[in-house]
Write a protein that binds this ligand. Structure first.
Ligand code: ZN
Ligand code: ZN
Ligand code: FE
Length: 759
């Protein structure tokens, strides 16, 4: 007896992180059985609690395996193991969760259909070709969740009564579908309907045939996806893509392309191993890749990148199996800047304007999500749009942010709610200036507050007086903190990297409201989570026509040339001015002289705009940040040259423009001009932060703001700074564009509140 006690152990193990709704408890159950351990596992507020008993060796094996393995979609943040009382339990059980609904704040993002399920489609009698197949390791999650705890009755699967077979699997702990809430089969699950202009097809086999034929024939079909409707057409058929562009009113922005498999992607694009990992991950994001073979021209519209992704719903796989086509445009089903459509009736009434057929299914999408977009930079996955597959996984801060709501920025908005030390960042919302998007925003805030049981006592917004998100915050009539835009960018980067000490913050983007009322966007800050000091920035430039200048980069180009070269620049007869009315140019110069509707901007994006316009790459911007994106798209590799600049109190590009116009006159190619310009930005940052470190001794550099989506810059700047012994922090899991602003706002508000500061 004595010997037995010496050889046995009892442990209590707490696992924190995203471990609910991802098959974690069955995984623990199997692990315990394999190791001959007794005990139990149950869901608790922020994870699971495990009790195990058994021989010392077995419990050790169990905890070691728990530390190194877990189900694919689980995200383990922390494992705590303590010795516990030996109770001589005689089996291992999965216990019912206590009612924790007010405390649980973890909802799994949606998970791409897994390989086991894809193979079940061919083998499992009641799930042959069942297009809603899923298991504990895969399937819809966030998009169907209406409330906590994550049980079937609280999802949009509630209306589907499980059949006996499914119920048996659901209750069988050794089954792959044990407690898989959306479990269903051909006898009891949701169904697709294909709406043609004059009839409706209900037979799934027929639906897939017609879908494949339609796409093969160059037609366009709207297809209900996981988080909203998509529009699909052959990515090799220029006429089809052109027609899609025209009816969607989407002129320049590249379309995402879904390929049948990874080998097909490799035929069309360069794929590094990090890129391959992202493409194949269960998140299934759109990955921006360097193109190597052309699709229909209008897919990428002259950009050298392809936004590629792989099938993630059973219907995608089934389509590719039937169709001759291996690459389809799969873009969001919406108009202009409106949110992606999720409702069947709305899809049927509106999407026939774009599509020849509309494919729906009868399970509701409760939480709208767009496809997420990532790019691999410095071998890390950097999220540009964080939505399906990523949201609403929380970010853990070393800071109490409970009860704080951060309303975000305006363009590419996400908001963020604080619960305990968890920051719950919303899915991508979009441009709040659009009325429908603003409705989506207010609706989603209400959903999040209810779902995650957050009752905000403090709201934090941008300083911009005209942002819809600022107005929303004001209307709440609770304590309200306003945070400077670029400080929020840097704070977002800091908390993502768990920093809470002064850093050199380099925040480059297009536009953000500055503390002096001007438009900022090339900011070198000395910042901590509480506050910041502006160290230096690019020279202010007049933006003739304000927002008009953002849409028409040639206006900013004129403003820069006028500022640095004087009126003489007109004598140079630069080619980019050829087709522009002389009177219009004179009016702009007069407006600058008289300071009429010419707000001052230090936005880095505007400098990119001006250079792109002068180089003839982009004079008019068809979508947000088109000019900087096109400028990066043509950049030549292996060019070391740069243009000259001067760092005084502010940073002057007088010499850059002098040299640039000479290059233009000499007919230097746009790719070399682009490379020289990009190198200039890299050196400006390098020299400025070197200067700041000399003065302050701070060696931590945080880089954030939309400009750091630029792969060319980041992949050269970061190693350069590292080689000079800087510590460099960038954003990866949180967008460095305005989609990440809300997280920074939340952290700043939390820090100030903890210090007793009320503004
Ligand atoms: Zn599965
Ligand atoms: Zn069933
Ligand atoms: Fe910004």
């Amino acid at each position: 007896m004595n010997k037995l006690t010496n050889d046995t152990r009892a442990l209590k193990i707490e696992v924190e992180g995203l471990v609910q709704g991802v098959g974690f408890r069955p995984f623990v159950y199997r692990l315990a059985r394999q190791n001959n351990c007794k005990g139990y596992v149950l869901n608790k507020t922020d994870g699971v609690l495990i009790k195990i008993e058994g021989a010392k060796k077995n419990t050790e094996n169990f905890s070691n395996e728990l530390k190194t393995r877990h189900p694919a979609a689980a995200l383990v943040e922390n494992i705590r193991i303590r010795n516990d009382k030996f109770e001589n339990l005689n089996e291992f059980k999965i216990l019912d969760s206590q009612d924790l609904s007010d405390e649980i704040s973890q909802i799994s993002p949606d998970i791409a259909v897994c390989d086991d399920c894809i193979s079940d489609l061919k083998n499992q009698p009641h799930r042959l070709d069942f297009p809603f197949i899923n298991c504990t390791n895969c399937g819809p999650r966030f998009t169907i969740v209406k409330d906590f705890p994550y049980d079937r009755e609280k999802t949009t699967m509630q209306v589907f009564q499980m059949c006996d077979k499914c119920e048996k699997e659901y209750n069988d702990v050794s089954d792959r579908r044990f407690h898989a809430q959306p479990v269903a089969c051909n006898d009891c699950g949701p169904e697709y309907r294909l709406h043609l202009k004059d009839n409706v097809v209900r037979d799934f086999e027929e639906i897939i045939d017609i879908l494949a034929n339609h796409i093969d024939e160059g037609k366009i079909v709207a297809v209900k996806g996981m988080g909203g409707f998509h529009i699909m057409c052959d990515a090799q058929n220029e006429a089809a893509v052109r027609r899609l562009r025209n009816s969607k009113h989407r002129e320049g922005k590249p379309f995402a392309v879904m390929f049948s498999n990874i080998d097909k992607i490799k035929e069309y694009a360069q794929v590094s191993s990090a890129e391959e990992n992202s493409l194949l991950s269960w998140h299934r994001p759109i990955v921006l890749l360097n193109a190597k073979k052309e699709l229909a021209f209008s897919v990428c519209n002259g950009f050298n990148t392809i936004g590629a992704f792989l099938p993630y719903m059973p219907v995608h796989y089934m389509f590719f199996e039937k169709s001759k086509i291996q690459a389809v445009v799969l873009t969001s089903g919406n108009f202009y800047e409106e949110p992606i459509i999720i409702d069947n009736d709305q899809a049927k009434s509106q999407l026939f304007n774009i599509a020849d057929a509309v494919l729906t299914y009868n399970r509701d999408i409760y939480n709208r999500t767009d496809d997420s977009v990532v790019r691999i930079i410095n071998d890390s996955e950097c999220i540009f749009r964080r939505s399906r597959g990523y949201a609403p996984h929380p970010i853990y801060l070393n800071l109490n942010i409970d009860g704080i709501l951060a309303t975000g920025a305006e363009l590419v908005n996400c908001f963020c709610a604080g619960k305990g030390n968890q920051a719950i960042l919303s899915q991508h919302i979009g441009d709040l200036k659009n009325y429908e998007t603003y409705e989506f925003y207010t609706e989603t805030i209400e959903k999040f507050l209810r779902l995650f049981r957050v009752n905000p006592s403090l709201v934090v917004s941008d300083m911009h007086p005209d942002y819809m998100s600022t107005k929303y915050a004001e209307d709440l009539k609770i304590d309200h903190i306003k945070v400077q835009h670029h400080h929020a960018h840097i704070a977002s980067c800091m908390v993502e990297n768990k920093l809470d000490e002064p850093v050199i913050g380099v925040s480059f983007d297009g536009t953000g409201y500055g503390s002096d009322g001007n438009i900022w966007g090339s900011e070198f800050l000395i910042a901590d989570l509480k506050d910041f000091k502006r160290y230096t920035h690019f020279d202010y430039i007049e933006l003739p026509g304000g927002d008009k200048a953002v849409e028409e980069p040639w206006r900013t180009a004129i403003s820069y040339l006028y500022k640095y070269l004087g009126k003489d620049f007109l004598k140079l007869e630069l080619p980019f001015l050829e087709n522009i009315d002389k009177n219009k140019i004179n009016m702009i110069l007069a407006a600058i002289d008289r300071k009429i509707n010419c707000p001052l901007s230090s936005g880095a994006g505007r400098l990119f705009d001006a250079v792109a316009a002068i180089a003839g790459i982009c004079k008019i911007s068809g979508f947000h940040a088109e000019a900087p994106m096109r400028l990066e798209s043509v950049v030549a590799e292996n060019i070391e040259d740069c243009y000259d600049f001067e760092i005084n109190k502010t940073i002057s590009f007088k010499n850059l423009f002098k040299e640039l116009v000479v290059d233009i006159k000499e007919g230097i190619s746009e790719s070399i001009i682009s490379a020289k310009f990009h190198n200039t930005i890299i050196y400006v940052i390098f020299e400025a932060v070197t200067e700041i470190r000399k003065e302050t001794g701070i060696e931590k550099v945080a880089l954030s703001g939309g400009t750091f989506q630029n792969k060319y810059i980041l992949e050269r700047l970061k190693p350069m700074l590292l080689s000079e012994k800087f510590k460099v922090y960038t954003q990866t899991g949180i967008p460095c564009n305005d989609g990440g602003i809300a997280l920074g706002q939340l952290a700043i508000a939390g820090k100030r509140r903890n210090m007793g500061i009320r503004e």
